[in-house]
Ligand binder design. Sequence first.
Ligand SMILES: [Mg+2]
Length: 386
Amino acid sequence: MKITDIKTIRLRASLPLEEQFRTRSGQRKIRSAFLVQVDTNEGVTGLGSCSGNGTILETIVNQVLNPLLLGRDPCSIREIWEQAYVGAGVRLFGSRGIGVVALSGVDIALWDILGKVKNKPIRELISESPRNGVDLYATALYPEQSGGDMETALSWKAKGFQGIKIKLGFDLSSDLERVRAVRSAVGEEFPLMTDANMGYDLSAALKALPILQECGVGWLEEPLFVEDIDGHARLRANSQVPIAVGENLHTRHAFQEYIIRGAVDVLQPDVARVGGISEMIEVGALAERHGLPISLHTYGDAVGLAASSHVAAALKSSTVMELDCTYNPLQTALLKEPLKVQNGTLIPPSGPGLGIELDFDAITKYHYLGEEELNVREAPLRASYK
Ligand SMILES: [Mg+2]
């Protein structure tokens, strides 16, 4: 079997006003996705998803990965990965960043093909004894959203989710008030996670941690800028609150650096960014060697979520997985048969490969050919909390 083409599909859905929400990168008014489809001469095709700027990803796929992969056996995934990364990518697009993101999507598509060739779901290619369901926690609490934090938290708890995550990094004083209020609403036992999206500086994070510890939070995620590994290590040394990092780390090498410098407790790789399923397996091996849990980061479309569900079901160190619970038709309306969430558990599709089929009406509806906007983040919060 030979690869004959790699197609790219950019998608975008506008969010109605009442479904928009505030993030560290500004008001979220749209959701977007970038899919790749790898075609072969035997009619088998594979789907993948990457999480990043669509026009840059399109250029990398069309100019680098497509010419490199044409004519190759799609089932030689590790060889393709090494050649695309070490052989060409590192010098063309760097060892970390958007090139690895593009490679992630292509890698997922190759695993989809491999599963179809072997007539097995991807999770059974990774593990001999994968789980049948993946426990989820809900990422659902953003500031100033309609419904309010407490009601929203209770509603996801009632749906059977294994925990809830609250977004911080906006204002230290109100961040901590929100955490206290949600903790009192959901009770002491329910897992409550916090995510600053790199929104604090070291002093602000050091002030936040004792209160987060008092509130019994499950972890503080991305407290500082991702390259401040020593800062994360200092936070770990100063607090019992686990530090979670990973959605902005690319390749196993980035995770290894955090681990050996004692800067992380919970690994959060994203299959659509880290380097695909192949690199997820490597991060899984690292996690096992160091006795660290993995909690998969997800934030995108249905294709990425399906890939995540197979990985989370197969990796031994995988614990609870993230589900972004904001309104996102690219997550809920993209597949002929939508992914099943039952009582806070995601059921990985049972068909071969990813086990999914795109709904072409939805692809036509959300297909996007325009510009991608640039969001500029505000500087991290400094410690003004008293
Ligand atoms: Mg996060």
